[in-house]
Design a protein. Sequence first.
Length: 146
Amino acid sequence: MKFKGSIDINKPQTVVATYFSNPEYLKEYQDGFQRKELVSGEPGQEGTISKMYYKQGKREMELTETITKNNLPDSFEAFYHHEHMDNTMKCTFVTLGENKTRYEYEFEYTRFSGFVPKLMAKLFPGMFKKQGEKWMQQFKVFVEQQ
């Protein structure tokens, strides 16, 4: 399952990429984000592995992020592993003007395991796209308010 989108942000590309690349800001636009812990490598470098922790209500979630390509401020790619699913993320930041950047994103879910995750992906694929779009909109609002 793959989906793409874009959102225009009224800030320069370098500013957008700076907020995107700093894990301290994830809590500002990703619901339930708790923390990001370095497992191996250097922060932001290709091959670096980190654990990301989320909590919503009583439910906790842990993801493993592996950076596969980092060409910021122009682009960023990563692989995310969860016990029930794997996905990739590709982000591109395109300068549209002195103070405007288009954030293009592509998410591809490559594995689902377990009955409920497989069922959700089959019956409600729009749910995954909707969550991604929500976080992109929240990111836009956060960056533009800075």
